[in-house]
Each structure stands twice: as C-alpha cells, then as structure tokens.
Design a protein around this ligand. Structure first.
Ligand SMILES: Nc1nc2c(ncn2[C@@H]2O[C@H](COP(=O)(O)OP(=O)(O)OP(=O)(O)O)[C@@H](O)[C@H]2O)c(=O)[nH]1
Ligand SMILES: [Zn+2]
Length: 434
C-alpha cells in the first residue's frame, strides 16, 4: 500500500501539529502580527529569535522589502508590497523574478513561491523577460525574490508531474472556501472530502459552498433520487459540524441572506477558493466585489464542459476588507500520503471511537471501533468509503464517480500514465517556475 510511504513517526507528527498551532496562535497571517522570526530558506535555521531578528534587520538595511505574492506567471512573480501591519497593498505592485539559487528545489516542492507567500524581495533595475525570452511590457518596478517566510498554512496536493513532490496550491490562508456546484458539473463529494482532509491537517477552518442551486429546480437535471441523495449528503456534513452554504451566484438577489452571510464570514480573512473547474468560483468572487473583473462566461451554459477561464492563481483584495486567492479549477487531486492515524484524525466524526489496536487502519483489523460505528449508523458509509479511498491512494479525476471499488483501484496504474500526459497540458502547470 502506497499509504505508508511518507510515514511520519507519531512524536514528530504531534510536534508538527503543536508547532503549527503555536505559530497560528502567535502570528496570524493577514490581519495579525508579522512573522519576522522565520525564514524557510535561511542557511541556518537554528538561529534564536533574537539572532533571526538581527539577520532580518540586516536584510532590511541592505534594502530588501517585504511583500506578498499575488500572482505567479511562469518565471514572473507579482508582488504586493506589505505595509507596516503586514497587509499587502495591492496598489503597490512589483514584478519580480526568483533568485537563481532557489531553482534547485531543495524543499521537494514544485515551486519556491506560491500565491499567498510572504517574501523578501530586493529591488533592482534589471528588465524582466517572459518565458519566451521576450521583455515584459510593464510599468511595474522590478525586483528579485530572495527569501520566503515560513507558511502558517497551506493547501497542497501531490505534484501531478512528480508525485514525490508536493504542490502547494494555497499559502497562508485563514479560511478555505471549498466551492462546488450542485449540478453542471455535478457536486463531487470525494473532492470535497480531500480538501477537508487538507484543511483538517492544517487546522484551517473550512466552509463548503454549494453553488448553482437554481439548477435543482430543473426537473430534467435534478431527479427525485438525486435530490434525496443530495439532501442526505448535506445532512451528513452538517451533523459532523461542517458549515455548508447553498447559493446561486447568478441570481444573488434571490439569496441575499446567504450572500450577506458569506460577506460577513469572509471579512478580515485571507480566503483560499478551491474546487473543481467551472463550479462558479469567479462568479462567487464577483458577488464580493461587483466591480472586480474576473473573466466569467456571460451566457451561463448549463451544459458547461469545464472550460477554464481562470488561468493563474491570483490574490485579490475584496471590498469587504478581505483577501481572496482565486484558483483555476483543478482537474485532478492526488492527496499527499498520510498514515492511517493522521488520516483518521482528519475525519472528525471518527475521533470519539476507539479501536483495539492503536495503529488500526480501520480496514481488516478486528474489533475496529470505526467499522462498528459505520455498521451502527453512527458514521456515514459514504464518508467511511471516502476515507478508505484516500487511504488506498485513489485519486480524484474529473469525469469519474466517487466510487472506490476494486475496478477503480485496479485501473489506477493504467490511468496514471495518461493522466501525466494530460496534466502536462493543464494550464495550472503554467505556474511552474523553471
Ligand atoms: N446556472 C448557474 N450557472 C452559474 C452559476 N454561477 C456560475 N454559473 C456559470 O458557471 C460557469 C462557470 O463559472 P465561473 O465563475 O467561471 O467558474 P470557476 O469555478 O471560476 O471556473 P474555473 O475558472 O474554470 O475554475 C459560467 O458559465 C457561469 O455563468 C449559478 O449560480 N447558476
Ligand atoms: Zn479501527
């Protein structure tokens, strides 16, 4: 089983959780204080807090400035300079390249910088070139990204091209908005579960936003059976304690209460928007900032095939005193490898139940409290199946069902090769810094 590949020992894992908790308490990302005492690429990470501060002061003296990555286009990194409060000033933009020494991928991560990252950049006057070697036609001042601060949170997957690497999609977020559409494309609970696991690992609060509820009124699209299963699913997530907001981004006046609720929930936070392609993430963002001009298809095609309109992740400042990272819809999601203990921890409804064996994977083991709870109807079969699917390395693919049955697992290897070819073409990979 692939699941134990990256096995992290218990103490290390516990320490990691503690460390993240501590950082989060002390240093909130957007609104809060500035996390000046950590630099991930510091040559000597054993420095004390005081030594680190001295090092930083030295860098500031050299002319380095603090910024927030708002967009990465191939080799070009767009930075919003941070003000004294640590907030990105989206009117104060810089176009930067990344210092060459970071190209060696020391961190087993696809990118050195991702949208949401807090960095130190060095202003310089050199002209920037795009990936085709053309000079960039821009009035923005230029600089070079030299250092990156430790992230307070992240949402990541396995890099589709290099599964042994991590692909961080969202950094330093305070809330993850998992956006799905009820129909066209149909809600994929398996993908929602994968994002929820990521949110639980990082202890980031999550909200599930179900868009396009207008389509539920269309009898041709939403059969009685469909509606029944849909309502049952919502009840499951609500009983676990997850927040679900149903919305129709196209007719906001019809569901103003929910729009207002989201505006209130988002206020003062950096929100990462995650979800399948074509579910209405950009439309939803338009509701937060009407004058914001993300390109959205003007004629809603209810037979939407998932054409991408958002090409790059980008950090936006919203009217409501919040920031959002809009991501291009993802077409596949291979979750990082987690051992059974970590993974079960990410299913909060599993936590009250005890198994005979401490290292129980809740698979074939005898006297398993989780399997008993499923049999007793205390844990939903659907969520348990999702857990097993993730544990066994079943990935989410666009156009496939949520099933985790044997055929799907057996089929996995053959599809992996094709997937890599498909994904090579995916716009999302454009973010890669070569
Ligand atoms: N029927 C219906 N269509 C909607 C709704 N919200 C958005 N759409 C349509 O769904 C399509 C996709 O919307 P986008 O906002 O571009 O979706 P996205 O998630 O940003 O898409 P990507 O950029 O591909 O990730 C567009 O044609 C929208 O008009 C809704 O509430 N109801
Ligand atoms: Zn068990």
């Amino acid at each position: 089983m692939a699941r134990l590949k990256n096995f992290v020992d218990q103490d290390e894992r516990r320490n990691n959780f503690k460390k993240i908790e501590k950082i989060k308490k002390e240093k909130r990302s957007v609104r809060g204080r500035i996390i000046d005492d950590w630099i991930i690429d510091s040559p000597n990470s054993d420095l004390t807090k005081k030594e680190m501060q001295e090092k930083l002061d030295e860098l500031y003296k050299k002319g380095l400035r603090r910024g927030r990555v708002i967009e990465v286009q191939k080799r070009n990194v767009f930075i919003a300079e941070e003000n004294e409060k640590g907030l990105p000033e989206t009117e104060n933009l810089w176009l930067c390249s990344v210092a060459k020494r970071h190209f060696q991928r020391a961190h087993k991560e696809r990118n050195f910088v991702v949208v949401g990252d807090r960095i130190l950049f060095e202003p310089n006057a050199e002209l920037q070139f795009d990936s085709d070697g053309q000079p960039i036609d821009t009035d923005l001042p230029h600089g070079v990204v030299q250092h990156s601060f430790l992230r307070t949170s992240k949402i990541s997957r396995k890099d589709p091209m290099h599964p042994e690497w991590e692909h961080v999609m969202l950094a330093n977020i305070d809330l993850v908005a998992i956006v799905a559409s009820v129909l066209n494309p149909e809600v994929r609970w398996g993908l929602i579960d994968r994002f929820l696991v990521q949110a639980e690992i990082e202890k980031i609060p999550a909200v599930i936003i179900l868009n396009k509820v207008d389509l539920l009124e269309n009898e041709k699209l939403a059969s009685k059976d469909f509606l029944e299963t849909y309502k049952k699913r919502i009840a499951i997530y609500k009983s676990i304690g997850y927040e679900i907001v149903e919305i129709c981004a196209l007719k906001p006046k019809k569901n103003m209460d929910n729009v207002k609720y989201l505006r209130k929930l988002f206020k003062g936070k950096l929100i990462g928007f995650a979800g399948h392609s074509g579910v209405g993430k950009s439309s939803l963002l338009n509701l937060m900032k009407p004058e914001f001009e993300q390109i959205v298809d003007e004629n809603p095609d209810i037979f939407y095939k998932g054409r991408h309109t958002t090409t790059y992740n980008s950090l936006l400042q919203l009217d409501i005193g919040a920031y959002a990272i809009d991501t291009p819809g993802i077409r596949s999601f291979d979750i990082n490898n987690y051992d059974p203990i970590t993974l079960s921890y990410c299913f909060p409804e599993f936590r009250p139940f005890k198994c005979k064996y401490r290292e129980c994977a809740h698979d074939h083991e005898p006297q398993c409290g989780i399997k008993q709870a499923v049999a007793d109807g205390k844990i939903s079969k659907e969520r348990y199946r999702s857990y097993m699917g993730i544990l066994k390395g079943v990935s989410f693919r666009e156009g496939e069902g949520d099933s985790t049955d044997a055929t799907m697992i057996a089929d996995l290897k053959a599809r992996e090769q094709k997937r890599d070819e498909d994904l090579a073409k995916e716009e999302f990979l454009n973010n890669e810094i070569k």
